[in-house]
Design a protein around this ligand. Structure first.
Ligand code: HEC
Length: 506
């Protein structure tokens, strides 16, 4: 062998050996975003994950993330190295259930704790657990169960974060219960506030209780601003997804009141009792998930904003806050449908934004999952674009003006029954060829006006879930939707008129 060849082989060997130590990897740019001044690059820092539900920064170059089936891992952004820290042994993972929210203690040197919220199952009952783990070198040890609360086949929340005063906040779901959210002695459908060991702080609004605020349905986002203001994002039923500003001992209304106080019954309740309105609500729904307060100079256009990521509308949204943080003054939608469902958002110590997609979950949208889903994406300023940049757009709100059947179907039915009307196996029944759709108009009108629950059989298969009511839609809108579902997906049934709907409403 020639000396030169030997040197080359040796050199290659040395470089290969050092690869994960010194070399910073360059992540490929998959998109660009243009803000008023700042240009952002979107890069993929991790892929082939399974529903990363929460992402948190451990230090300036390491992320800890959860995956829904129970894994907690660490990602080194400089080397790309991933390491499994812990596998939660008793996770019950099905549809939306599994390992959900996570947060790190604000002072990891003194209290090296990682807090997680997940669903678990004993014989027949589902529970949500809040567990504290201790980070020791590269593993998580000493799991301590801080709290166990009732769970269900859905609506288990959950997010965790620390308030400015060092107390731990846990946003819990209503576990599909009709009574929990309004019952201040139940821990479901609440913002719970606790000490780092799970005990009740002496200054909680209800003495001896973890309950800090109540009247919530299913929160998927929780964040605290630099000034200490607490915000949540929450899934509405068929309408009114929300962002709330959380204050102690306030009642946010669910299930007596949904979203804004705009119906006569809601106004009447709010007149009599203390009820707090959301600071923003969305109809048609967008399925809001992760929420993070942004205030870094790295992306100046986003200073003093809430960054909200969404599942159904598959986007990142900037909700610009007023100076006092009490109201949302503007909203811009980014990356709609580019990366599919987005579940989690966080901000690095240097002010870059990280997102986690959720396309391997139970409800993938058309065109997803892509072969390398799920992914963690990084948004950071760059000088030059390599793709035609996306810009932020104002949200479209269709509420109020009657549009065509397809648009209405996409706004109100598509997320569950799917664009092709075929539904989701075992969960959402098909509209294509279903007796309930192509049969007598009266039955179909009843379903959308009254909603559905309990076991039903559609095309020979049993379903036992809940469908919300759509009685808030105008006669004309419902007529267009029902005519659309009766004459598409291979269905060939008669039209339904606004008059028929109006008659049946009474
Ligand atoms: C949040 C999810 C969701 C949305 C949105 C939704 N549905 Fe449903 N739908 C369901 C579920 C779940 C069932 C089955 C209920 C049960 O098991 O009792 C159902 C059942 C039905 C049925 C009867 C069974 C069948 O497949 O024919 C019809 C008809 C129907 N939906 C129409 C609609 C229409 C029209 C819209 C839009 C206005 C709509 N749905 C929006 C979840 C949804």
């Amino acid at each position: 062998m020639k000396i030169r060849t030997i040197i080359i082989i040796l050199t290659l060997g040395i470089f290969a050996g050092c690869k994960n130590v010194n070399q910073k990897i360059e992540y490929p740019v998959v998109a660009n975003i243009k803000l008023t001044k700042t240009l952002l690059a979107v890069t993929v820092v991790a892929d082939s994950l399974r529903v990363p539900w929460d992402i948190q920064f451990l230090d300036d170059h390491q992320i800890i993330y959860t995956e829904i089936a129970g894994q907690i891992s660490k990602l080194n952004l400089q080397t790309g190295e991933r390491k499994l820290l812990y596998n939660v042994p008793d996770v019950y993972q099905k549809r939306t259930l599994g390992l959900l929210g996570m947060c790190l203690s604000p002072n990891m040197k003194e209290n090296p704790y990682v807090f997680i919220s997940y669903t678990t199952k004993t014989s027949e009952d589902v529970f949500s657990k809040l567990v504290r783990l201790t980070l020791e070198n590269d593993t998580l040890v000493n799991p301590e169960v801080l709290h166990t609360i009732p769970g269900s086949t859905g609506h288990n929340g959950a997010r965790l974060t620390f308030a400015k005063d060092g107390k731990l906040l846990w946003a819990t779901g209503d576990a599909h219960s009709k009574t929990f959210a309004q019952d201040s002695t139940s821990l479901n459908g609440k913002i719970l506030r606790m000490n780092i060991d799970g005990s009740v702080p002496a200054d909680n609004p209800i003495p001896g209780s973890l309950v800090y605020a109540w009247g919530f349905r299913n929160m998927q986002g929780l964040t605290v601003s630099d000034k200490g203001v607490i915000y949540t994002s929450e899934h509405g039923d068929a309408i009114e997804d929300e962002v709330n500003l959380i204050k102690p001992q306030q009642n946010y209304g669910w299930p007596q009141i949904e979203g804004m106080h705009d119906l006569p019954e809601e106004i009447a309740i709010a007149k009599k009792h203390q009820r707090t309105e959301p600071i923003r609500s969305w109809t048609p729904v967008i399925a809001p998930s992760g929420l993070k307060y942004y205030n870094s100079a790295t992306i100046p256009e986003w200073k003093n904003s809430l960054l909200l990521v969404t599942l159904k509308s598959q986007s990142l949204r900037q909700l610009k806050l007023s100076d006092d943080g009490q109201t949302i003054t503007d909203e811009l939608v980014f990356l709609e449908k580019q990366f599919g469902r987005i579940r989690a958002v966080t901000v690095s110590p240097s002010g870059d934004v990280y997102l986690a997609t959720s396309n391997q979950d139970w409800n993938p949208q058309p065109g997803f999952p892509k072969p390398n889903d799920d992914r963690i994406l990084k948004l950071s300023p760059v000088k030059k674009a390599v793709h035609k940049p996306f810009i932020g757009v104002k949200p479209t709100t269709e509420k109020g003006n009657v549009v065509d059947g397809l648009t209405l179907y996409n706004s109100y039915c598509e997320s569950c029954h799917k664009p092709d009307g075929k539904g989701v196996a075992n969960v959402f029944p098909p509209l294509a060829g279903a007796e309930q759709v192509i049969g007598e108009p009266k039955k179909l009108i009843d379903i959308v006006l009254g909603g559905l629950s309990g076991e039903i059989t559609v095309k020979g298969n049993k379903y036992d879930q809940q469908m919300p009511t759509f009685n808030f839609l105008k006669d004309e809108e419902l007529a267009k939707i029902l005519t659309y579902v009766r004459s598409n997906f291979g269905n060939r049934s008669s039209e339904i008129s606004a008059t028929e709907i109006s008659k049946q409403r009474k």
